[in-house]
Design a protein around this ligand. Structure first.
Ligand code: ADP
Length: 467
């Protein structure tokens, strides 16, 4: 009888995995603790043993076998014992030292072969896992060679590009979607190993022709050769939402702007028609209504400006503007907010600021946004400093407050759309003010930034070029 037992790495014992000879079946699958019995001892010591004949104390694990002599050797690979090989004979004097030598040789061959088999099994299972991930991805995945010829495609890709057998066999990635050579390079030379290129495109073959996709492509080493891995993600839902957003903004433009202008002019007429004896209290109410409608108008105008400037349209309403007058107008607009929080504004201005050719309404709204934020984020009774200076070929505005400041690392981020640094009890907002300021200032060739010491206030700066 010859038996092979291998280490069970989890349980830290031996398991009888293979056997040949008479009466071996009951032994298969049996566990042998390390250090116990002949096999357990050989496995833990790593030394071969001959028992010819077997002393009665060691016969117990071999009950059922006609065993009088045995030779047992470790199965080793890279100096580690991974199991044992044991030969059993019914004759008490069957084995001598030659038998030990031969079995030790077989054990070491078996060790290498078993280690290779285990590696192969692991590789196979990794391969299977990768293949399942590849096949089950909800994105269409395509592997091509470096010329764009398709080598492999997952289930989703086949469903999307080749729903029936009759469809012409697709051979290259450029048949599937509108390739963008200016991004990937003619001949894909822009694709290096460590970066993913991404662009929006459309599928070109029926039945999915026209479907918008986000394409992500990168170079990967696939089974020893360089290949390109393409991910084509369906972005039709996102596109639909984009269209809805565009429609909503268009609705704001057409359906809210003109009635709001009517409300504003009616409020003006109303205030001029008021009998003089009631003027004080009613004028106050009307002024509040007027300020609120102005705020809505500014918000709508800023939303529309952002949309136009983001679409790459130039500024059209540029006119020579006296910057100091513009600054005073902005301060006047924000004054009620300062008053309600008993805040002071200190204005420091250079006398020699030249007139600038700007869209004054837009830049006024930038100033108002920064001043309103300074007031909103600073405490009662605090002072806000507004500076307007000439700095060489640039006019620079600074708004300094004593609010909570901007946490380190957020000074770029806060200029992105819908970014708000929420803290308990912080004022309400929608996170569009600073995004508008950046777009408007940059469209004028200027720059906007913030310097802040968290806990000690922040200073927002912007500059505009002096021609
Ligand atoms: P909103 O004020 O409507 O939230 P903004 O775009 O004007 O939107 O500002 C974005 C975020 O930047 C604010 O939510 C706030 O967290 C922070 N922030 C802006 N101005 C200041 C300031 N002066 N002091 C402290 N934090 C500010």
């Amino acid at each position: 009888v010859v038996l092979l037992a291998l280490m069970d790495e989890e349980k830290q014992d031996l398991v009888m995995r293979a056997a040949t000879g008479k009466g071996v079946e009951p032994l298969l699958g049996k566990h042998i603790p390390l250090g116990s019995g002949v096999a357990g001892r050989v496995a833990s010591d790593g030394q071969g043993v001959i028992l010819s004949p077997i002393p009665p104390a060691d016969a117990a694990p071999l009950i059922g076998l006609d065993a009088r002599a045995l030779v047992c050797v470790p199965v080793q690979t890279a100096g580690q014992t991974i199991g044992i090989l044991e030969a059993v004979n019914p004759k008490g004097d069957a084995f001598n030292s030659d038998a030990l030598l031969v079995l030790t040789g077989i054990g070491s061959l078996a060790g290498t072969a078993l280690a290779n088999a285990q590696l192969y099994e692991r590789l196979e299972s990794a391969h299977r896992r990768y293949h399942e991930l590849f096949e089950d991805s909800i994105d269409a995945l395509v592997i091509t060679d470096m010329q764009g010829r398709i080598l492999e495609a997952n289930r989703k890709a086949l469903l999307t590009f080749q729903p029936d057998e009759d469809t012409l066999q697709i051979q290259t990635i450029s048949q599937i979607h509108a390739l963008q050579p200016e991004i990937v390079g003619e001949g894909f030379q822009n694709l290096s190993k460590d970066r993913t290129l991404s662009y929006e495109s459309e599928l070109t073959l029926p039945p999915s022709a026209g479907l918008p996709v986000q394409v992500m492509v990168r170079r990967v080493n696939f089974e020893g050769t360089d290949t390109l891995q393409w991910t084509l993600r369906d972005i039709s839902e996102r596109k639909k939402l984009d269209t809805m957003r565009e429609d909503l903004i268009a609705m704001i433009y057409h359906d809210l702007r003109s009635p709001l202008a009517n409300v504003v002019s009616s409020l003006d007429v109303l205030s001029s028609l008021l009998p003089t004896d009631q003027q004080d209290s009613l004028q106050t109410v009307l002024a509040i209504a007027r300020r609120s409608t102005d705020r809505i108008q500014r918000l709508i105008s800023s939303l529309l400006d952002m949309r136009r400037l983001e679409a790459g349209m130039p500024i059209t309403n540029q006119r020579e503007t006296d910057m100091l007058t513009l600054v005073h107008e902005a301060v006047e607009t924000v004054q009620p907010a300062f008053d309600s929080k008993e805040q002071m504004l200190e204005l420091m201005e250079d006398e020699n600021i030249p007139h600038l050719s700007i869209d004054s309404d837009m830049i006024r709204r930038v100033l108002i946004n920064l001043l309103e934020n300074a007031s909103k984020y600073s405490g009662m009774g605090s002072t806000i400093y507004l500076g307007v200076v000439r700095d060489g070929k640039r006019m620079q505005v600074s708004v300094e407050d004593s609010g909570p400041g901007i946490p380190a690392g957020e000074d770029e981020h806060i200029f992105n759309k819908f970014v708000r640094l929420e803290a308990p009890g912080s004022p309400k907002g929608i996170g569009l003010g600073l995004a508008f300021c950046r777009i408007a200032v940059e469209a004028h060739g200027g720059k906007i930034w913030v310097q802040s010491e968290p806990g000690h206030g922040s200073t927002f700066y912007f500059n505009l070029p002096i021609p």
